[in-house]
Write a protein that binds this ligand. Sequence first.
Ligand code: GRF
Length: 226
Amino acid sequence: MSKPRVAILISGRGSNMTALLEAAARPGYPATVALVLSNKAEAAGLERANAAGIPTAVVASKGRTRAEFEAELTATLAQNRIEILALAGFMRVLTAEFVAIWTGRMLNIHPSLLPAFPGLDTHARALAAGVRLHGCTVHLVTPGVDEGPIVAQSAVPVLAGDTESTLAARVLEQEHRLYPAALAWLAAGQVRLEGARAVVAANLAAGALANPLPQFAPLRRDEQTP
Ligand code: GRF
């Protein structure tokens, strides 16, 4: 059986795109990346995709209505016979009409453990909230931003002394592990929708990738509270 054809949609540097391209280049990966598409001509990820020999396209979003943008997007995806979309730092909200066409076939990666911290500035908000665990989520896309059924998550510890950038780097490392796994599961037909939840085949550890816990040094006796 032929592998599903995937388009990766980006707006920027494309490090998740690179992780997906590297995974898809391995033998046995169950999807083909047939297109990298950006809504910004200057997205650095486009050069990386070109260097990897993957077809690229730019569909400009600036200065156009959503309808105009999405009409060209749909036409470009159809021309390239795309079956699955992977949003990877794609900074354009898609309409409910467009999302409906791709129900169950469009993934996004978000840098938090959803449903905590949807939207922007997730690492700063996690630090401000004092959470002990943070991470990333791959989810199916629904019209509500960062609200779709969760396919996979990976958690990282928040360490004393973390800054936004140290925390972002720890999460990004997990994003690059998680997204190729989640896309492979979807492409291989291992993800199914059950109401508002995405269910991942039981032999795939239910979609969780956990980071090893940090070393825990017990308090010395004189530091312990009674
Ligand atoms: C990632 O943190 C991703 O979770 C978020 O946007 C960022 C994109 O980074 N949606 P990159 O372009 O993949 O490097």
